[in-house]
Write a protein that binds this ligand. Structure first.
Ligand SMILES: *Cc1c(COP(=O)(O)O)cnc(C)c1O
Length: 384
């Protein structure tokens, strides 16, 4: 058998309670979903504003397909860059307060492309230890030296900056950490960048649409604006569609167009997605009740999680993790909740550090207070 050792590795994973499995979703994404034939109340999507199945986005997608067809048919630099992509880039740059923006097919590709285009051999990338996997992979792909600093530890980062060589310096960080829900200290990071002449790449996958004025993101939340900040956000989470963008000074965007390989050597995303995203941008700005509803639910959940044997992690965002510790225990908790009709994922290593398995509760503006209360009641019942 050519693959015996692969099977052994899978068996080993299973024995450790680490085997990942996919479930088949049969409904649109939302707070009430059908999975493998069963109905659930879900606390596990990144659809924070409840836009993924919004009728206006569906209509825009249909209209975009009528206008532009199903596929882009070519890469952006050949003939796939459509008017819809172009208009969306301008709208995004404007929305986040940067001179220019560049659209990527996914956030994973945006991070790979941006880091690889901006730094290389002889340069240094400084990365928070809890950054998203795509930022880690981007740094490795770039061939720059990678220095990882302890989570949000400014003193440790300062020490590493002191020791850095003479090449370019790029600090990369999640703005909202995807498995913890806490924020990066962006004002302090920017101050360090000014001091050491470094650039700051901020990945706002979980802040865009959720934080800041009208959902303009984590830079807006901190009232931060500086040319040396390179802003990246994804469009498949709060924005409810798919894709990602990098917004920055014109010279940075021009450089990405020339050198970001994950931008150049891939087919442009279907233009209809950009049409839908233009509608999504309008909804973000117009429907501020969605962010207000989220804030109410976050406060309600935090109150309700008091007094449980599992520790709520400190977070002011819709990502509200409940620390369990043991892999099997986290998995068992998630499985029992599921038997009660509640879908809350257990997140285990290597996605999070060893010994910090957790339930990742994520809230959506589409949840009601009764939905959140149902989860709180179930958790307290299980704790007894
Ligand atoms: C989801 C996510 C990405 C990847 O974005 P996709 O569009 O899903 O590829 C990148 N960074 C962070 C922090 C994320 O949470």
């Amino acid at each position: 058998m050519p693959f015996t050792n692969l099977q052994n590795e899978l068996n080993e994973r299973t024995a450790q309670g680490l085997l990942r499995q996919r479930r088949v979703l049969q409904s649109p994404q939302g707070v009430r979903i059908t999975v493998d034939g069963e109905r659930y109340l879900s606390f596990c999507s990144n659809d924070y504003l409840g836009l993924a199945a919004h009728p206006q986005l569906i209509a825009a997608l249909q209209q975009g397909a009528t206008q532009y067809g199903a596929g882009a048919g070519a890469s952006h630099l050949v003939s796939g860059h459509s008017l819809a992509h172009h208009q969306l880039e301008q709208a995004l740059a404007n929305f986040v307060g940067k001179p220019a923006a560049l659209l990527f097919s996914t956030g994973y590709l945006a991070n790979l492309g941006a880091v690889q285009a901006l730094v290389g051999r002889g340069d240094t990338v400084f990365a928070d230890k809890l950054n998203h996997a795509s930022l880690n992979d981007a740094a490795l792909l770039s061939r720059a030296q990678l220095k990882r600093y302890r989570h949000n530890d400014i003193a440790h980062l300062t020490q590493l900056l002191e020791q850095a060589g003479s090449g370019r310096k790029l600090i990369i960080t999640d703005a909202v950490f995807s498995m913890d829900g806490d924020l990066a200290p962006l004002p302090q990071l920017l101050a360090l960048c000014e001091q050491y002449d470094a650039w700051l790449l901020v990945d706002d996958a979980h802040g865009f649409g959720v934080l800041g004025t009208q959902g303009r993101g984590t830079l807006s939340h901190f009232s931060l604006s500086a040319p040396r900040i390179i802003y990246m956000a994804t469009l498949g989470k709060a924005a409810g569609v798919a894709g990602a963008f990098v917004a920055a000074e014109q010279v940075v965007i021009d450089t990405l167009v020339q050198s970001a390989r994950s931008y150049i050597y891939t087919t442009a995303s279907p233009p209809a997605l950009s049409v839908a995203l233009l509608t999504s941008l309008h909804l973000l700005q117009q429907e501020s009740w969605r962010r207000e509803q989220l804030q109410k639910l976050i406060a309600q959940l935090q109150g309700g999680l008091q007094g449980l044997p599992w520790k709520p992690m400190s977070s002011s965002t819709p990502i509200q993790p409940l620390l369990v510790g043991d892999n099997e225990a986290a998995l068992a908790l998630s499985t029992t909740l599921r038997a009660h009709g509640l879908w809350v994922p257990a997140i285990r290593p290597p996605t999070v550090p060893q010994g910090s398995a957790r339930l990742r509760i994520s809230l959506s503006a589409a949840h009601t207070e009764q939905d959140v209360q149902q989860l709180i009641t179930a958790l307290h019942a299980l704790a007894r």
